[in-house]
Design a protein around this ligand. Structure first.
Ligand code: UDP
Length: 372
């Protein structure tokens, strides 16, 4: 497999496609120390779900910008080893209202980034109660703890799943929210809760509607057990470390019949959090889509994985996955305008390359370790 040689920078070197079709590293490393956080005084930030995929990369970016971070995670899905060195971990469920209150009182953070949640569409269709308990119940105990501790800035990991099957694509933030699965519904309820806590308690909030997070930093990547996401599964299929990929639905009303999604690099997502925290000094609420604005079908993702790895992805057609909307593509015009956010990873192949590099460096993910 082709891979990028490089230094231990936060994100992978940029690549150029040669006429030969070979992906090559360029000398220029992608640097994050540009706009994000430039005007922001050092803050103390509490990150729920900081042992998870997006949460841990965001901790890394926060540290890069000299903020102090503490993580609350129950390690039910996350990995202790994903938390950057020097960041303290409080092993605690966000459902434990008493402990959450005590932690917030002790830490008195300037802001909370709330990643801890159940986040799988398919699982939510089988067990909606899990989603309402964890995501909605967890939000209640977190927000009440914030109110009591006087923390007035909260960022929610929301989702494109709040839109359901949209009337227009790219989807603007004003589009109606009509979730097609309990996961999306739970995030919509969390957003509504934030608005009420703003009105009643003066909590400022950012609700960041992620499209499909993908890719890796040099140190941190995607390691779910079981893995259900398309890019890691397609990479595993290509590299022979996983089964043949099952393509869920080939009869959608899309160009090639497979679902279309907007893949956004996890470091670009992390950077948007810093910019949003900064913006909330002057604004009470921000509801923002975070995506690249380009849609790729499942078959196009397979082709990108094949181009990056130089190997074939074995796949077969499988029935649709319940709750999947056919097409989710962001309009990220608002985030670009309001935050000055510019995603650096604007090509699917570059995103996939970073995921492939991380997988190659971490063939067993974060080594399985006892939790607790
Ligand atoms: N998908 C697929 N096979 C898989 C996993 C995912 O065909 O093994 C499809 C899935 O139906 C969706 C897209 O890939 O259309 C992205 O799914 P993923 O689970 O990565 O993210 P989601 O869109 O659910 O957040």
């Amino acid at each position: 497999m082709r891979r990028i040689e490089g230094t231990r920078t936060l994100v992978h070197g940029q690549q150029a496609m040669h006429e030969s079709g070979q992906l090559q590293s360029s000398k220029h490393n992608h640097s994050l120390t540009r706009k994000a956080g430039a005007n922001l005084r050092a803050m103390h930030v509490l990150v729920t779900g900081g042992a998870g995929y997006i949460g841990s990369v965001t901790c890394e970016v926060l540290q890069e910008h000299r903020h102090t971070v503490c993580v609350v995670d129950d390690l039910s899905r996350g990995h202790r080893a994903a938390i950057p060195p020097g960041v303290p971990l409080e092993v605690c469920s966000i459902l434990d209202a008493e402990r959450m209150r005590a932690i917030l009182e002790r830490e008195r953070p300037d802001g909370v980034l709330h990643f801890a949640a159940s986040s799988l569409v398919g699982e939510s269709m089988r067990d909606p109660g899990l989603y309402f308990r964890n995501n909605v119940g967890g939000m209640v105990s977190l927000l009440d703890a914030c109110v009591e501790a006087g923390c007035r800035r909260v960022l929610l990991s929301s989702s494109a799943a709040t839109y359901g099957d949209p009337d227009e694509v790219p989807i603007p933030e004003e589009a109606p929210t009509r979730p097609t699965n309990p996961y999306g519904e739970s995030k919509r309820i969390c957003e509504q809760m934030l608005e009420w806590y703003r009105r009643v308690h003066g909590i400022r909030y950012g609700s960041l509607r992620y499209f499909n997070a993908a890719g890796a930093s040099v140190e941190r990547g995607e390691d779910h057990e079981p893995e259900t996401h398309l890019i890691p599964l397609a990479l595993q299929a290509a590299l022979g470390s996983g089964n043949a990929l099952r393509v869920f639905g080939t009869d959608y009303q899309t160009e090639d019949g497979t679902c279309v999604r907007d893949y956004i690099h996890v470091v670009d997502l992390a950077e948007a959090h810093l910019l949003t925290l900064e913006k909330l000094q002057a604004t009470e609420r921000l509801v923002l889509n975070l995506g690249n604005g380009s849609g790729f079908s499942v078959l196009e993702v397979i082709r990108a994985v094949e181009a990056v790895t130089g190997r074939t992805v074995p796949w077969s057609a499988a029935p649709r996955r319940e709750g999947d909307p056919p097409r989710l593509v962001a309009s990220s015009a608002r985030a670009r305008e309001v935050l000055g956010w510019r995603p650096q990873f604007d090509s699917l192949e570059r995103i996939v390359q970073t995921a492939a590099d991380w997988m190659q460096e971490h063939p067993r993910g974060y080594e399985r370790e006892p939790t607790g």
